[in-house]
Design a protein around this ligand. Structure first.
Ligand code: C5P
Length: 219
């Protein structure tokens, strides 16, 4: 049988990554965070020092060979020059510039081939924007997570600040999320055979349990 692929897609801050990580752990398969590959290549574009409006597909992709991935017990981990760059990849500079880089078709092809090679080697839960549509159209299970924008902003801030954000902080984050969704919009539609879960009022435990049950049923 081919390796198991569970695709978890959705807009920014819909809880994809943490959900996917948790589902992967409970099913004892690897988690692949496709956004981390877009972030890694954006990180190198930023590090090049060239201003963002001068980045071209060619100049961005020229750095791609510095990015590799390694299988850990729990994940497919992207490395930059052989090193894990988790914090820098999640920083505001990379986040502000990643949509521009992810809009480049050749970059998408490159990320897709990295993610596909990982997913054809081992069982995976992959999160992203287009996993169930473009990357693994034959995934055995496709989940599309949606959530109210205010709630997504609130959750993202709790994660970032480790405290309860106030309303004006949330309003500011809503603007940033809406802007990123608009820039990402083309990649964020559910596959026709995806199961959509609205996580606004569901606890993370509940959504994880539901996806794990669906995942067990496919094996
Ligand atoms: O999921 P995360 O927020 O880390 O993704 C970062 C960015 O990478 C997104 O805003 C989007 O521009 C891009 N992305 C994408 N397709 C994916 C995953 C991420 O375009 N499958």
């Amino acid at each position: 049988t081919p390796p198991l692929v569970i695709a978890i897609d959705g807009p920014a801050a819909s809880g994809k990554s943490s959900t996917a990580q948790w589902v992967a752990q409970l099913l004892d398969v690897r988690h692949v965070d496709s956004g981390a590959f877009y972030r890694a290549i954006t990180f190198l574009a930023v590090a090049s020092g060239a201003p963002a409006d001068l980045w071209t597909e060619a100049s961005v992709l020229e750095q791609a060979n510095r990015i590799t991935w390694r299988l850990t017990a729990r994940s497919v981990l992207p490395l930059v020059d052989g090193m894990e760059q988790d914090e820098a990849l999640r920083g505001t500079t990379v986040t502000r510039n990643v949509s521009r880089v992810a809009a480049m078709p050749a970059v998408r092809e490159w990320v897709n081939s990295q993610v596909r090679s990982a997913g054809s080697a081992v069982d995976v839960v992959v999160d992203g924007r287009d996993i169930g549509t473009a990357v693994f159209p034959k995934a055995q299970l496709k989940v599309f997570l949606v959530a109210d924008t205010w709630e997504r902003a609130r959750r993202r801030l709790i994660q970032r600040l480790s405290r309860r954000p106030n309303d004006s902080e949330i309003a500011e984050e809503v603007e940033a999320l809406v802007a990123r969704d608009a820039q990402d919009a083309t990649q964020s539609a559910p596959a026709r055979d995806a199961i959509t879960i609205d996580t606004t009022t569901v606890t993370q435990e509940e959504q994880v349990e539901r996806i794990v049950a669906l995942g067990r049923a496919t094996r």
